[in-house]
Design a protein around this ligand. Structure first.
Ligand code: F6R
Length: 608
């Protein structure tokens, strides 16, 4: 995820900014850049790739001065390249902006600015900020930033520099964290305290709608009406390692806990609740082309394949379009039936999985249109697909995929709303789904708040040697995902099954030592699942049940209950998977295993 660091003081800013950027590397990024203002005006240096590349550029072309802003970019709008890297500048290179977040109305603003004669050089949403500030500038940078931000919809943490108002950094926040670091005759701005911890532990956290104005002589915090806000100073006691993981013990846990935010990011600016519809700008398919589709093939691997199974149900049940899900590794070597009326949806967190990429190329060769649901912007799949939906879940560092899964399911739900409403879904049904989607972030948070209950269950079962996960309907893929999470990080053998299939074989495994996890929210198949619970209980199995409300019918049948909030049937997977991620996590930790880097696994499988 993008990172910001800025410095104003009396020391040379370049080494401080480079060092700050390195401290942000753990967040993931694909390009970096610095802007400094000195006697020569405003200068920038940028590079694609690692910070060492930026260092190389700066060795050849050093930047001098003691006021600067710097950024690590994780691409969202436009490819990861030098041109799209931040800082972004205005037409005359007198204003530089670094930005975390997404400007939702950047398309309209860009159009307006172009009509006013502004020239754009990047594909980023951020560049509109530089031009808006340029247009509003009248001597005082903070006033121009306020004017610009009042036109902007979306989220931002920004830092801005201008050679026309030198010796000053202006920063502002809405929905993307930002803090001011207080030194002795010097001040910092950062999106993450890790960037400045070497230099100060005294910080002022900005809240949404607040702006910081920093010079070497002091700082002030204003609101967007230029009124002064008085702020307390906080002292940071965490170590660097604790900060990088946001205070969590592992990246996986941090990523599980990020899900309220990440699914909101996937939905942001896309869900039109009133119309029960979604706006998906990158599909590159006309309404007519979408309506003419005769079949969908979803292809993916691992966790992404599991989200694909949910997508299949969405598409068939709500959009009434024939859909198949294929393991990418199988699809590429079959002779599948693909026509020019086929849409091939390719799901991949990394966008680099070799089998998935090859499957996409094969589908294309056979005439299908391809649509990538990808998290990593500018990855190979994202570059080669015909259209796409970025997940915007931020970098996933833990090898076991968690937040990407929930964002994939959200992206599939958004696509289903679009396809369904273009076909035969009523506005009432669309609205019901869309408003239930809006409630999900808070609902996930309520599950996360009860993590200690799940940890206690993990303690009870940490020494088990086998687990069975059972679910039906929308929650059968969740059973598969729960079992995959457990086996990959705890090395316990686990199997996921459709609950009713159990009696066709796996039931033989059940004895008093066997934990069986039922995913049984109160949905259309709940009563059926209860019969399956009875079958397990009759054989002495230990039942852990994920359900959505207390059901007296389950009394005496289950040993442990984990409750999730109620939602519409199709969205339960987004809630029911969360306790399973936590269960796997806590079991692995209690077994003393390396949760973030499990044995034999790689984050991105780029070999066949
Ligand atoms: C499981 C996991 C893997 C990936 C699979 C596909 O936790 O991470 O199963 O889901 O390797 O990876 P992507 O989504 O990057 O194509």
């Amino acid at each position: 995820m993008c990172g910001i660091v800025g410095y104003v003081g009396s020391r040379s800013a370049s080494p401080l900014l480079l060092e700050g950027l390195k401290r942000l590397e753990y967040r993931g990024y694909d390009s970096a850049g610095i802007a400094m203002s000195n006697g020569n005006g405003l200068e920038t240096r940028k590079a694609k790739g690692k910070i060492t590349m930026l260092e190389n550029v700066m060795t050849g072309h050093p930047l001098h001065g003691s006021v600067g802003i710097a950024h690590t970019r994780w691409a969202t709008h436009g490819q990861p390249n030098e041109c799209n890297a931040h800082p972004q500048v205005d037409c005359t290179t007198t204003i530089a902006v670094v930005h975390n977040g997404i400007i939702e109305n950047y398309g309209a603003l860009r159009k307006m600015l172009k009509m006013q004669g502004h020239t754009f050089t990047s594909e980023t949403d951020t560049e509109v900020l530089a031009h808006l500030i340029e247009a509003a500038f009248d001597g005082k940078l903070e006033d121009a930033v306020i004017d610009a931000l009042n036109l902007v919809e979306g989220t931002y943490g920004i830092a801005v520099l201008s050679s026309k108002d030198p010796g000053k950094i202006v920063c502002a926040r809405k929905g993307s964290p930002l803090l001011i670091g207080l030194g002795d005759g010097e001040f910092y701005v950062a999106s993450d305290v890790a960037a400045i911890l070497q230099h100060t532990r005294q910080v002022v956290y900005l809240d949404d709608g607040e702006m910081g104005v920093l010079t070497k002589d002091g700082y002030e915090v204003l609101d967007l009406n230029a009124r002064r806000v008085s702020k307390g100073v906080s002292r940071i006691d965490w170590s660097l390692d604790e900060i990088e993981k946001g205070g969590f013990d592992h990246f996986m846990l941090k990523e599980i806990f990020e899900q309220p935010q990440t699914i909101e990011n996937t939905m942001r600016g896309r869900l039109v609740v009133e119309e029960g519809f979604s706006k998906l700008g990158g599909l590159n398919l006309t309404k007519e082309e979408l309506q003419a589709l005769e079949q969908i093939i979803i292809t993916a691997c691992g966790t992404s394949w599991h989200s694909g199974l949910i997508g299949e149900m969405y598409m068939e049940e709500l959009a009434r379009i024939r859909t198949e899900v294929e393991y990418a590794s199988e699809f590429r070597y079959r002779n599948p039936i693909v026509t020019d009326k086929t849409l091939c949806i390719v799901i991949s967190q990394s966008g680099e999985t070799a089998d998935t990429l090859a499957a996409m190329r094969e589908a294309k060769r056979r005439g299908a249109k391809t649509l990538g649901l990808v998290n990593v912007v500018g990855s190979t799949i994202a570059r080669e697909d015909d259209g796409g939906i970025y997940l915007h879940a931020g970098p996933e560092i833990g090898v076991a995929s968690t937040k990407a899964f929930t964002s994939q399911v959200i992206a599939l739900a958004l696509l289903t709303l679009k396809m369904g409403r273009l076909r035969n879904m009523s506005v009432v049904q669309g609205r019901e789904v869309a408003s239930a989607m809006l409630a999900l972030p808070e609902q996930i948070q309520s599950i996360l708040d009860r993590a200690p209950e799940i940890e206690a269950i993990a303690e009870r079962f940490k020494d088990a040697t086998n687990f069975l996960y059972l679910g039906r309907g929308y929650n059968f893929p969740v059973a598969l995902e729960g079992a995959l999470k457990l086996k990959e990080i705890s090395y316990i053998h686990a199997e996921g099954y459709p609950a009713a299939e159990m009696k066709h074989g796996p039931i033989a495994l059940i004895d008093s030592e066997m934990p069986v996890v039922f995913i049984a929210p109160h949905d259309a198949v709940f009563d059926k699942v209860v019969s399956n619970v009875q079958e397990v209980k009759a054989r002495g199995g230990k039942v852990i049940c994920i359900t959505s409300q207390h059901e007296s019918v389950l009394d005496g049948l289950i040993d442990f209950e984990i409750r999730v909030p109620q939602t519409v049937d199709m969205l339960y997977p987004i809630l029911t998977v969360v306790p399973l991620q936590l269960l796997a996590y806590y079991i692995a930790v209690k077994r003393g295993l390396n949760v973030d880097q499990p044995r034999n696994l790689a984050k991105s499988v780029t070999v066949e």
